[in-house]
Design a protein around this ligand. Sequence first.
Ligand SMILES: O=C(O)CCC(=O)C(=O)O
Ligand SMILES: [Fe+2]
Length: 202
Amino acid sequence: MCAATISIRGFHVFKGFLSADAQAVLLADLRDVVAAAPLFSPMTPYGKPMSVRMTSAGKYGWFSDKSGYRYAPSHPNGSAWPAIPDRVLAIWRELVSDARDPDCCLINFYGEGAKMGMHQDRDEADFNWPVLSVSLGDEGLFRVGNATRGGKTESIWLQSGDVVVMGGEARLLYHGVDRIKLGSSALMPKGGRINLTCRVVD
Ligand SMILES: O=C(O)CCC(=O)C(=O)O
Ligand SMILES: [Fe+2]
């Protein structure tokens, strides 16, 4: 199901891509991932923990500590990352490519007050591969900027079931999440927002 596709500075937003049922079964898959690879709050290189809690599935997981941002082959607890759920791979194959699957599916969990500062996704080897992002749960105010830090920005509320493809000229645009609207979705009884980002890493 896809109600409409809109473009914001070259980011393609597939509004309502996932039906309510598809969101619910995807959420159940993610609960299995989180049971195997618990959420944690990475330290930024500046020494502050991120407000977003995260974990990953796939060959690599995204990780940060005082040595910087990078992809790691295992969870901080030493276990291998769980496999990327088939339902996530199906979205990737439909909207990005069926020639190659992503190496990493990062799961971000935004609880009350969590946000993500403006950044570029640039820890990957090949920026020709788009980044795929799936939003679930409470609405998040997603801000898109420019290829360099600063300047005018545009924002859009991402809702549960929306999917964004960040590719081409837009692949290296700064972006971030200013805030979430806690309790705006019924998907998760305790509220919060989940965002998945799938990436080819190496
Ligand atoms: O939560 C979002 O919508 C964006 C997440 C993001 O930009 C990232 O994980 O790199
Ligand atoms: Fe990002």
